[in-house]
Write a protein that binds this ligand. Structure first.
Ligand SMILES: NC(=O)c1ccc[n+]([C@@H]2O[C@H](COP(=O)([O-])OP(=O)(O)OC[C@H]3O[C@@H](n4cnc5c(N)ncnc54)[C@H](O)[C@@H]3O)[C@@H](O)[C@H]2O)c1
Length: 252
């Protein structure tokens, strides 16, 4: 173990999977930068970490904007120390069937998921390579395997798997592992919004989803956070370039 606590960045950590991951990494002993598009929105996660005795910094940044990402990583390095753990979690949906999908639907999803992960990884890897130690975890999805109404999101989440494997090859020689977690159905504001868009009661939506899941329950943000905690741990240094489905059952 190093003497100073590891510094982790979690993007999209104001709520949902990102918030649970930030809390978990803080509980694991890391100082955590809680990044989201509006700094004010990070307060709840930052306060929860502080209340549990951890150290957190709320940072506002749009992950798809190079200048904002570079400024965020510089501020995190100055205030918390060099970030050597990065969780690229920020995400948005712009679901539409192909014939109705607009340029904006496509570009927004690519910008947040793919360019966001690219920009944050590029800015953070310098600190990891300098220290010959790092952990990057990217949020993919079971939608990478194909999902109706999500041509943009499925392409981005499949793209993140190729991105993950390539960074694992490039950064491995510097002690940096890069992996992806691919959640199935997780109860968050994102899936609640999908239920609302489909005009289905969210409880019914969860029951229907659970019936199709081998462990017969929907996933929770903590299920994903637990897997990310493992991948970010000291002992996971020989696991790299992997995609771990966190979906309550097997996926191809
Ligand atoms: N919920 C699920 O079932 C599920 C399944 C598979 C994958 N995922 C993925 O997990 C991640 C988290 O999902 P969630 O369900 O917690 O979503 P969520 O919508 O609850 O939270 C996403 C967070 O990302 C932030 N964000 C969005 N755009 C941003 C930007 N440009 N810059 C900075 N922050 C931005 C939002 O403000 C929000 O706080 C996403 O990448 C999502 O695609 C979710």
């Amino acid at each position: 173990m190093s003497e100073e606590p590891r510094v982790a960045i979690v993007t999209g950590a104001a709520r949902g999977i990102g918030a649970a991951t930030a809390r978990r990494l803080a509980a694991d002993g890391m100082a955590v930068a809680v990044v989201d598009i509006e700094e004010a929105a990070t307060k709840e996660t930052v306060d929860a970490i502080a209340a549990a005795g951890g150290r957190a910094l709320g940072v506002g940044a749009d992950v798809s904007d190079r200048d904002q990402v570079e400024a965020a990583v510089a501020r995190i390095a100055a205030d918390l120390g060099a970030p050597t753990v990065l969780v690229n979690n920020a995400g948005v949906l712009r679901d539409n069937l192909l014939f109705k999908m607009t340029n904006a639907d496509w570009d927004t999803v690519m910008g947040v998921h793919l360019r966001g992960a690219f920009l944050f990884s590029q800015a953070a890897q310098k600190h990891m390579v300098d220290r010959r130690w790092g952990r990057i975890v990217n949020l993919s999805s079971t939608s990478a395997l194909g999902n109706r109404g999500q041509a943009n999101y499925a392409a981005a989440k499949a793209g993140l798997q190729g991105f993950t494997k390539t960074l694992a090859i490039e950064l491995g020689p510097f002690g940096v592992t890069v992996n992806a977690v691919a959640p199935g159905f997780i109860v968050t504001d994102m899936t609640a919004a999908t239920a609302a868009r489909m005009k289905v009661d969210f409880d019914d939506f969860q029951k229907h989803a659970a019936a199709e899941i081998p462990v017969r329950r929907p996933g929770r943000p903590e299920d994903v956070a637990h897997t990310i905690s493992f991948l970010a741990s000291e002992g996971a240094g020989f696991v790299s370039g992997q995609v771990i489905y966190v979906a309550g059952g097997p996926r191809d």
